[in-house]
Design a protein around this ligand. Structure first.
Ligand code: PEP
Ligand code: MG
Length: 588
């Protein structure tokens, strides 16, 4: 690992988002523009690098002066003032001194030192309340990018180490960033923003990438190539770890690996409690490339296939034929088990279906889930037809997201009926008994579960959204993370009410939110009567082992006691007591 001197160990606290230990150099990717390559230089090279910086700045100033001249010639006096402001930025002694100092202090190449200093300025400006000043960040980004380009003229590229395995440090990552990462080089990641229930964190857990979010420090203060340990269990980023710390984490990592291989060896064992209650453990999936992870996980099918990436990650929504092919591939891969395909859940924290003319004031309460699909019937029809076509190849169910009441189900079922008639006329085979289910993730649907149950074949409780809407705390907003409590009595009562309504009407109820994969809560969920838990592929064998270690009658008694509790903390502890006694070694 790269260590230029022997700096003291620094521990940055964050929120654990995906378990695992990563040990390696960090690569910092702050926001704004693409980070240049970074490499260490010998102390004797410092003057050379400082010279390269000044050459790049001089070249940029000459270009800006030329631009100002051209603009004034074309558009008249004063029109080039903006470039004058840019030139002044590059003459500011504060900037020049800090970059020179950074090159010497960090012993890193000039372009990276310049980039790091400019990121510090930019972060400071982005936090200024005055919107006018905040907008000036665009100018700084513009000038910075220009200077960075001008380094290239004389650059002497060296191997940087980014082809090597590294821990990514970023201000924030979108789910697409996470999906597109080159996972061969990625040991783990830590972000300043983010939350445990974001899709970025869900994807990290699906791929088994250790992750920490909500870092307590500003990531721009972290230097690329610093040696580090990422602790995805406790939510820590440790920079310049001491030998003792390294030793501790290597041992911890080895211990966790032993547990993991034991779980892997047992992954196909029946998921039945000690007193003979069978619980289905299925997997959640969002990217087609997860199919293999899912089929090797021991999961009994896919309890939630999120179709947002398939439909919205490209430049246009894939055709019915392309979708049908993808769904068919999944149905075949999970046979003899089934796949529940959730129709598009655009909006909210997910990808938008189309650019909005104006930002929504409350995206989570706005145009998302089934609301979008019902408003775009041509797109919805294509997705439903594709799902129906795949149902000829395996066991397929369809599920609607963000249902808030009966009329949405009626409209969606009506469209399914019309799609079935069309396919019949066209002679295209499909499953005429295609099971139709809904996600219970809006409190109105949970409260009225008894009214909705007769209209559907199954429920799947989406706790990620159900929690946020019940306690009115945005699932991705770190400022309200403390209020986002899976064991809030109101959430537990809504889960119980939904499961009971399902039992009364003879339909099955699964749980597919992140709560289902949290083994601290397995005793509570099965005690409340859940019969199916759909979890990230990496959690399947762990949840299965937890179920095999539990006594259902004990869990049911605890769940009854929980319904009388007033505090989320006490509810969590009641579940945790059983979890600790039954499989303490599995808890992180
Ligand atoms: C949920 O809300 O719990 C869920 C599974 O759906 P998503 O996380 O995709 O919103
Ligand atoms: Mg949801």
């Amino acid at each position: 690992m790269a260590t230029s001197a022997n700096p003291a160990e620094i521990i940055h606290e964050g929120i654990p988002a995906s378990p695992g230990i990563a040990i390696g150099p960090v690569h910092v990717n702050a926001r704004g523009f693409v980070a240049p390559e970074v490499f260490e230089i010998a102390p004797s090279e410092i003057p050379h690098e400082q010279g390269r910086f000044h050459l790049a700045v001089d070249l940029t100033k000459r270009q800006l002066a030329e631009l100002r001249h051209r603009l004034e010639h074309l558009a008249g006096d004063n029109q080039g003032d903006i470039f004058e402001a840019h030139i002044m930025m590059l003459e500011d002694p504060a900037v020049l001194d800090r970059v020179n100092h950074a090159i010497a202090e960090r012993c890193q190449n000039a372009e990276y030192a310049f980039y790091a200093v400019m990121q510090t300025f930019l972060e400071g400006m982005r936090r200024i309340p005055d919107p006018y000043l905040r907008e000036r960040t665009v100018d700084i980004e513009d000038v910075s990018q220009r200077v960075l380009k001008n380094f290239q003229a004389d650059s002497d590229p060296r191997p940087l180490g980014l082809d090597e395995s590294h821990i990514l440090i970023a201000y924030d990552l979108t789910p697409s960033d996470t999906a597109c990462m080159d996972r061969r080089q990625l040991l783990g990641f830590a972000t300043e923003q983010g939350s445990v229930n974001s899709h970025t964190a869900i994807l990290a857990r699906a791929f088994g990438i250790p992750a920490v979010v909500g870092l307590s420090c500003s990531v721009i203060n972290i230097t690329t190539l610093s040696a580090a340990i990422l602790d995805g269990y406790a939510g820590k980023l440790i920079l310049h770890p001491s030998l003792g710390t390294l030793e501790h984490y290597r041992k911890l990592h080895a211990e966790k690996e032993i547990i993991r291989s034991g779980l892997d060896a047992n992954r196909e064992a029946p998921t039945e409690t000690l007193d003979g209650h069978s619980i289905t453990v299925s997997a959640n999936m969002e990217l087609l490339e997860e199919i293999e992870l899912v089929t090797h996980s021991g999961a009994k099918g896919i309890g939630l296939y999120r179709t947002e990436f398939l439909l919205l990650d490209g430049s246009e929504i894939p055709s019915e034929a392309v979708q049908a092919e993808a769904y068919t591939r999944i149905a075949r891969a999970v046979a003899p088990y089934s796949v529940i395909i959730r129709t598009l859940d655009a909006g909210g924290d997910k990808l938008p279906i189309e650019p909005l003319t104006e930002p929504e004031p409350n995206p989570f309460l706005g145009w998302r889930g089934i609301r979008v699909s019902l408003a775009r019937p041509a797109m919805f029809r294509e997705q439903l037809r594709a799902i129906l076509r795949a149902s000829a190849a395996g066991k397929v169910s369809v599920m609607f997201p963000l249902v808030s009441g009966l009329s949405e189900i009626e409209r969606a079922r009506d469209l399914i009926r019309r799609c079935m008639d069309e396919l019949d006329c066209e002679g295209i085979p499909f499953d005429h008994q295609l099971p139709v289910g809904i996600m219970i993730e809006v409190p109105s649907a949970a409260v009225c579960a008894d009214l909705l149950a007769p209209q559907v074949d199954f429920f799947s409780i989406g706790t990620n959204d159900l929690i946020q809407y019940t306690v009115a705390a945005d699932r991705v907003n770190p400022h309200v993370a403390d209020l986002y409590r899976p064991t809030h009595p109101a959430v537990i009562r809504l889960i119980k009410r939904t499961i009971d309504a399902g039992i009364d009407h003879g339909i099955r109820t699964g749980i597919c939110g992140e709560m289902a994969g949290d083994i601290r809560l397995t005793p509570l969920l099965i005690g409340l009567g859940a019969k199916e838990l759909s979890v990230g592929p990496q959690q399947v064998s762990r949840v299965g082992q937890a179920i095999r270690s539990l006594n259902h009658a004990e869990c049911a008694a605890m769940a009854t006691a929980v319904l009388r509790q007033t505090r989320s903390y006490d509810i969590l502890n009641l579940a945790l007591d059983i979890a600790r006694n039954s499989y303490g070694y599995l808890l992180d």
